[in-house]
Design a protein around this ligand. Structure first.
Ligand SMILES: [Zn+2]
Length: 376
């Protein structure tokens, strides 16, 4: 067991879009008193030894003995400070993953956390918890929707401790509602076996897979609409466009768009926003006014510019401060469409709640992460 194995398994899942998109997910390895955990702002797909932060496990364990302020912002700041102080010498310039505490508390040599679309079809569905128990039995833990950071780690700790008392074993498969999955094992072979099983079981259960065929980057007046949206967004904004079979279906009417009209997970919020804008188009009326009016109404309602505009009869527009962030918005929206389609097999989609969405929109850590991605 070695750091090299950690690098190998991180790259394996990090470069597979079925598991990880946009640098999401994180991994760790424990060796004696040291936890090697993915650094914030690094991507699993091309990670090297420097991408991991060496943490002092004794110092991390001490975090659980401390009392933190009740106020959310104060608490997260205090925990972050203690986490930064738990870095080993020589790691000063790095920032450990926000899920570090969670990695440390699972008593396995390797922990691999990802956000696979198939898994999120389950974790972002109405009957997800019941379906998870039916499909994976008592071997899995289900954690209800929780704000990320310390609060999530505390919720998992409580559930994992109870699980251990109940079963005599540590929990090695943990589903996080509206987020993803944690898998732990003492060898990378076991990690792979658990993941292969999860995805095979879910794949077999999914009744409808979305159809992304017929992908095109220009359709009818899409270039005009892209220019109008860029003008609404402001100077230096870029707009990307995509139409495919699934996007054509989703942009039929407002009702068709409903299953993808909000956010499923924190990653979706960070890259494609929490409030995609659906623009109804009346072809007998002028296009510019309709786009501008819809944009203005959206701003008035949400206080935020959209990162995704779905235009009736056209397709999906991604809006960002660079070509890269504009296409990332579409990439994450594509994942939203997958999650929505898969969730149909588990009672239909279930978005994050409004308070959890607000938390992410205001979260300092996520701002940091999206800023890292926006760097050229
Ligand atoms: Zn995560």
């Amino acid at each position: 067991m070695s750091v090299q194995e950690l690098i190998d398994i991180s790259r394996l899942y990090g470069s597979n879009p079925a598991y990880v998109i946009a640098g999401g997910g994180n991994t760790s390895f424990k060796e004696g008193a040291t936890l090697f955990v993915k650094g914030s702002g690094t991507s699993l797909g091309d990670i090297s030894a420097e991408g991991f932060v060496k943490m002092d496990r004794a110092k991390l364990a001490r975090i659980w003995e401390k009392e933190y302020p009740h106020d959310e912002d104060q608490r997260e700041a205090a925990v972050l400070a203690d986490m930064m102080a738990a870095k080993q010498r020589g790691e000063e310039s790095k920032r450990p993953s926000v899920e570090t505490l969670l990695h440390d508390l699972l008593p396995f040599t390797f922990v691999v956390h990802t956000h696979p679309s198939l898994v999120n079809g389950l974790t972002c569905s109405q009957d997800g918890e019941t379906a998870a128990r039916k499909l994976f039995g008592e071997t899995c833990l289900w954690i209800p929707i929780t704000n990320p950071g310390y609060i999530l780690s505390a919720a998992v700790k409580k559930a994992a401790d109870a699980y251990r008392v109940r079963t005599g074993k540590p929990a090695d498969l943990i589903f996080l509602q509206n987020h993803g999955v944690f898998v732990g094992a003492d060898s990378i072979e076991e990690i792979k076996a658990i993941y292969t099983k999860i995805l095979a079981v879910l794949d077999q259960k999914i009744a409808r897979k979305p159809d992304f065929s017929g992908k095109i980057g220009v359709y009818g007046d899409s270039a005009d609409i892209a220019r109008l949206l860029a003008a609404c967004a402001g100077q230096n904004f870029r707009v990307a466009f995509e139409r495919n079979a699934e996007f054509a279906r989703l942009t039929g009417t407002g009702a068709d768009f409903a299953p993808v009209s909000s956010a499923f997970t924190p990653d979706h919020i960070v890259y494609s926003g929490s409030d995609p804008l659906f623009i109804t188009i009346d072809d007998t009326k002028g296009l510019p006014e309709q786009v501008r009016d819809a944009w203005k109404r959206h701003l008035d309602k949400t206080g935020r510019a959209p990162k995704i505009a779905a235009v009736q009869g056209r397709g999906i527009f991604g809006i960002g401060t660079s070509e890269k962030t504009a296409s990332l918005a579409i990439e994450l929206f594509t994942d939203t469409a997958k999650v929505a389609a898969y969730s149909e097999s588990f009672g239909g989609p279930r978005f994050m709640t409004a308070d959890k969405i607000d938390f992410i929109n205001n979260w300092e850590m996520e701002k940091y992460r999206s800023k890292v991605v926006e760097k050229p």
